[in-house]
Write a protein that binds this ligand. Sequence first.
Ligand SMILES: [Zn+2]
Length: 121
Amino acid sequence: MSSIEWFDGGDADAIYGLLGQEYEHPTRLLPALCPVCGQLGVHLAFHAWYDTRPSRGGGWAWCSSCHGYGHGSWVVPVWWRNIPGVSIHDLTFSPGTLDDRAALVDEHWNLLVNELERVTT
Ligand SMILES: [Zn+2]
């Protein structure tokens, strides 16, 4: 198990806010600039509980550098597809298990963003 202490609320709300900003038309590539510590440490992810859309699911935003995060229940965006190899059993309230796979999370997010760019331009 990871021994990282994650914090939410307070300053970390600025990190969580990035997830909402990307909800409709994501444009940020990951890792993104952290509004708290200024490092390129922010990762964003959803996980849909169901294959249908709209589906309820979870959303996470966290920084690998300062360890701020936010997590909550979301109707996942229509463009989202779950990260290959990540199942609901891997997920916890805090983002530690996702942070362990941050490179995979970023690669998947960036793939989806690039696909959307091609569709809309
Ligand atoms: Zn940070």
